[in-house]
Design a protein around this ligand. Structure first.
Ligand SMILES: *Cc1c(COP(=O)(O)O)cnc(C)c1O
Length: 450
């Protein structure tokens, strides 16, 4: 697959993604529509995979953090690229297995895995479960002993690193629902507890310091703290950390406030991490652990865009102009959740300069239902095609049917040709699971029958 730019503006002034003209895509598939460039996704997976190969002798595995965008086709791509996946629910595990993804390359996460999810994971033979509570260690022990197996686990620890990102998506502060704190000794106690179990085999530790982080130093610091913790555990209990999972969280470009990193540029982040681990291992006399990283957003975020059609345009004189589209928080709830920022482009007039500041509004019955707040656009008219960039991660995966809007389909573009990877929903899908108790059923007035 060639390495063309994911996005470009063609001779007609139309935005193209992966060689497909957005105007044609909208004609063929309608809007709203999620579009993904396959080449970008594969390129990102290869950058991470090859960096572990080159810089760390291949002693590790890249796990695609599939919560960023999960569907069968994504697991197929990850599998073809030879990387693993992490899943955070029974539903993601089910999807991965249905796609034929090898359980031997799946790590299972979650701060409150349900009994049946643990059952499913252990039955499927997932490579490793990342335990995040003492009660969970008990549950894994019970299920594994019932099945007569020994389950490999990692412990999620909280190294207490403050990452410079939005507070809502920062997870390794001391006050966090994720992980066992290193600082207050609970991580050590949990590790000792896990080591006392017969059907649980502790392999090492996991940390994930947050998301959309650009500061290399935050990752390096977290990696060093994990290695310090490994050294402490070895000193106290003789436990040898075989695996260290350093999570994901690498930042991507959404707007020009963010750094724009070409795919190959992400190698630097991983190199810095691997280097920090190797140096610490040397310094502390530890074995170099098998390394896992779990990028999600950086693999698929910039690979995707969402296409909308402009509908109502409303100007409140002296206040604001709203450009409403046929989507909104039901396909992208990230503004509503944490005022996430995005860059919109009028896809058929992509060379035109922005001439006014507007907010792109969704069609849901919520004032907070914006897709982009205060962005520059050329004067948009009803019927214009609007592309919102960098929507590949945490958009479809967070989509919902609020107001009984239909979740848009997803198409994958390969060499300029698009195919569905998630088909459109229908109204019938909306009522598929509705149930009407007998006493509420509408009776035929004459016969008294339904
Ligand atoms: C969300 C998450 C990731 C992926 O984070 P990105 O910012 O998408 O790279 C990786 N590991 C864990 C444990 C996560 O919760």
């Amino acid at each position: 697959m060639n390495e063309r730019e994911t996005l470009k503006v063609n001779e007609s002034g139309h935005l193209e993604i992966g060689g497909a003209d957005c105007v044609d895509l909208a004609k063929q598939f309608g809007t709203p529509l999620y579009v993904f460039d396959e080449a970008y996704i594969r390129r990102m997976m290869r950058v991470y995979r090859d960096t572990i190969e080159k810089e760390y002798g291949g002693n590790g595995l890249v796990l695609y953090a599939s919560k960023a965008f999960a569907c069968e086709a994504m697991y197929r791509i990850a599998d073809e690229e030879g990387i693993g996946a992490d899943v955070v629910s029974g539903g993601e595990l089910y999807t991965a297995l249905k796609a034929g993804f090898p359980a031997s390359k799946i790590y299972m996460h979650g701060n409150n895995k349900l009994d049946y999810e643990l059952e499913e994971a252990i039955s499927a033979g997932v490579r490793c479960i990342v335990a995040d509570a003492v009660t969970e260690i008990d549950k894994i022990e019970r299920i594994a002993s019932e099945k007569g197996v020994v389950q490999d686990i990692l412990l999620r620890i909280n190294p207490g690193v403050e990452a410079h990102t939005h507070a809502y998506i920062q997870t390794a502060k001391t006050d966090s629902k994720f992980g066992f704190s290193v600082a207050d000794g609970t991580a050590e106690k949990a590790a000792e507890y896990a080591l006392s179990k017969a059907h649980v085999r502790l392999r090492g530790f996991h940390c994930h310091i947050g998301s959309q982080i650009f500061e290399k130093q935050s990752f390096v610091l977290a990696a060093e703290k994990c290695m310090d913790f490994a050294a402490k555990m070895k000193g106290k209990t003789g436990f040898v950390t075989e695996e260290l999972n350093l999570g994901g969280g690498f930042g991507i470009w959404y707007t020009d406030e963010d750094r724009k990193i070409p795919p190959e540029g992400y190698a630097e982040y991983l190199e810095a991490l691997l280097c920090a681990v190797a140096e610490k291992a040397e310094e502390k006399g530890l074995k170099r652990p098998y390394i896992l990283v779990e990028p999600g957003r950086s693999i698929v975020g910039e690979a995707g865009i969402t296409l909308y059609t402009v509908g109502a345009v409303k100007e409140i004189p002296g206040v604001r102009k709203y450009v409403a589209v046929d989507g909104g928080m039901f396909d992208n709830p990230r503004y509503a959740l944490y005022q996430a920022k995005y860059t919109p482009v009028l896809a058929a007039r992509a060379n035109e300069e922005g001439t006014e500041t507007v907010s792109v509004a969704g069609k849901c019955c919520e004032s907070g239902d914006l897709v982009c707040a205060d962005v520059r656009l050329p004067a948009a008219k009803p019927g214009d095609l609007l592309a919102v960039l960098s929507t590949g991660a945490y958009n479809y995966s967070m989509a919902m049917n609020y107001n009984r809007n239909l979740i848009p389909p997803c198409v994958l573009v390969r060499e300029g040709k698009a195919a569905y990877i998630v088909r459109p929903q229908s109204y019938a899908d909306l009522t598929r699971n509705d149930a009407v108790p007998e006493y509420l059923r509408k009776k035929d007035a004459k016969s008294g029958k339904e």
